[in-house]
Ligand binder design. Sequence first.
Ligand code: SAH
Length: 252
Amino acid sequence: MNKVYAVGIGPGGAAFMTEAARAALAASDVVCGYTVYVDLVRPLFPQKTFYAAPMMQEIERCRWALGEAEQGKTVAMVCSGDAGVYGMAGLLIQLAEEYECVEIEVVCGVTAAVSGAAVLGAPIGHDFCVISLSDLLTPWDLIEERLRCAARGDFIVCLYNPKSKKRIEHLGRACEILLEEKSPDTVCGWVKHIGRSGQESNIVALSALAGEPVDMFTTVWIGSSKTQVCGGRMVTPRGYENGGKLGCAAKP
Ligand code: SAH
């Protein structure tokens, strides 16, 4: 039907997918995307045609989807989390300008900042920002500047792409920058493989964060000055308790 759905499938298993995402997949003739995400939805729709493409072929992948839609198919482009958060929704909309008859529909999904926060407790209960440490498409200097600004604003900072095999030093450098403004005791947490088998998490002080076993399948939260550990969970109070600590430990 000359349509491409940009579908955020949530962090992992079927339980984290919205009904709207499921309906978009059910309505599609072809499901395409990065191999890991295609493999996550394949068991739910075994009768569908799948097209999996490796990383770093984003433009080709989008053009392939748009080409299929131009020929009359309904295509679902799957992304983990939300399709518009470091996902393919924007690129699809940009490229679709060249494919007059093709409609793009973005179907929102649960992004890692939100799904992983639930695993840790309630770390983003107050103003937060999301920063990706990937410098593949963003100059590293700009990433450093954003980290500094976030620390100055006392935001809770959620880090995507904290580390990869090629970028092992990025999380350590990010911690150094944040420590220029933030206390070494700042409560931090990370979750690996959110909603997937092998899910792991931990809550640590900012001074210890760089030594944690964080990789590219991990999301990291650095608390604000108000973030606490409460019953073993990471919590940033909204302020209902009027500044009181309600018996929680301020530090991990
Ligand atoms: N569109 C995705 C983000 C893609 S960028 C979303 O909205 O969630 C890739 C980064 O997202 C990873 O490096 C990691 O930091 C985070 N991420 C995505 N899925 C994750 C998961 N299931 N568990 C932990 N982190 C995840």
